[in-house]
Design a protein around this ligand. Structure first.
Ligand SMILES: *Cc1c(COP(=O)(O)O)cnc(C)c1O
Length: 373
């Protein structure tokens, strides 16, 4: 390896960005090694046709690895789409609500759910049946806090609210007659899931599964019958399902990296059970520092709702907050500023954040509290 390359790896910091977010170093290095010429292709993966067998094989491989990791059965399609999570806010109601005469029901536990329902209302009847806005989205619904109608078009929720740091541990209760729809953008692949509980689950890649540009949509095949024929072509799930995500040019480079991340999870981490254990340990390390700080750090999310992925907390005042961020940067701990709607600090500790990064942050937090408490 040339010294320039060694230097660039050494310049890497512990990056707590909420998204686009840190990727595993070993995957970045593989991508670097293959960037100029994908083995056997005589060209970069970015330079070959999406119909080229080498790319089609790679796309199928990425789908197969996701199916293997999550145990996704043949009852479901695995689609690779563009437009980010935001386009799914519209595509879901366009395909599953428009023209049905039914109502889509939404559980609002944070900012992303709120954005999603706004788009759904343009497509048909959509109502929130739970909204934690009064407490600035610090909690999850308790049993009995909401009632899903047996004939709802679908029940929508966001499994991990990235901005507030609020995550469901289990799927919300939902009648068998109602498809469950989940925005899993920021906790996709952080743990095993029982996909058979879902009608549709989607995730933009740039939080926990790859670079920006590709969004994974896992949809139960029978739901595709609902899509109105007169939808704009790109917006119709059927087109993407029938064309195996090649209805038009898919985001080839992003799919290529996503496939590598899936293999890293399977082969290097050892699967999603092992990933979950690591995520539990990493998040516990930070929540423990918060809980043992005598109130110096105040977590945003209620204890039962705490996210494995986004740890949100406040300091006693704005000056200390600013100084926390500035001091942390000196320890190579970056991108810790919380979202403007919550304030404070947000440490995003997705799958690719090494244990060492979390431990470094935890030690910094203890020292900072001691010096300033
Ligand atoms: C980041 C994020 C989004 C928005 O993703 P885009 O790809 O920018 O549209 C939606 N939902 C959740 C939970 C997110 O974390």
């Amino acid at each position: 390896m040339s010294s320039a390359l060694t230097d660039s790896a050494q310049q890497r910091v512990f990056n707590f960005s909420a998204g686009p977010a840190a990727l595993p170093l070993s995957v970045l290095e593989e991508v670097r090694d293959e960037l100029v010429c994908y083995p056997g292709a005589g060209a970069s993966i970015m330079e070959i046709s999406h119909r080229d067998k080498r790319f089609v094989d790679l796309l199928h491989d990425a789908q197969a690895t996701l199916r293997q990791l999550l145990g996704i059965s043949d009852d479901y399609e695995v689609l690779f789409l563009q437009g980010g999570a935001a386009l799914q806010f519209s595509m879901i109601p366009a395909n599953l609500l428009r023209g049905t005469g039914k109502t889509a029901q939404y559980l609002l536990t944070g900012s992303w759910g709120k954005k999603a329902i706004k788009e759904a209302k343009k497509e048909g009847a959509a109502e929130s049946i739970y909204d934690a806005g009064e407490t600035n989205y610090d909690r999850l619904p308790a049993a009995g806090d909401y009632q899903v109608a047996d004939d709802a078009a679908y029940l929508y929720y966001c499994s991990n609210e990235t901005i507030q740091g609020v995550q469901f541990t289990d799927e919300p209760a939902c009648p068998d007659s109602v498809p469950l729809v989940s925005d899993a953008s920021s906790d996709f692949l952080c743990r095993p899931l029982d996909i058979s509980k879902y009608g549709l689950l989607y995730a933009c890649a740039q939080k926990n599964a790859g670079p920006a540009g590709v969004t994974v949509v896992v949809v139960r095949k029978d739901l595709l019958q609902r899509s109105p024929a007169d939808l704009p072509g790109y917006l119709n799930y059927n087109n993407h399902a029938e064309a195996d995500s090649e209805w038009n040019t898919p985001p080839t480079f992003a799919i290529y990296v996503l496939g590598k991340i899936a293999k890293w999870l399977r082969d290097d981490i050892g699967g999603l059970d092992a990933m979950l254990q690591q995520n539990q340990e990493k998040s516990q390390t930070l929540y423990q520092v918060i809980d043992q700080s005598n109130g110096f750090y105040r977590g945003h999310a209620q204890t039962e709702a705490r996210s494995l992925m986004n740890v949100t907390f406040n300091l006693p005042n704005d000056d200390l907050q600013a100084s926390f961020i500035a001091e942390a940067a000196k320890h190579d701990l970056t991108a810790l500023k919380g979202h403007r709607s919550v304030g404070g600090i947000r440490a995003s500790i997705y799958n690719a954040m090494p244990v060492e990064g979390v431990n470094t942050l935890a030690n910094f937090m203890k020292d900072f509290a001691k010096a300033n408490g």
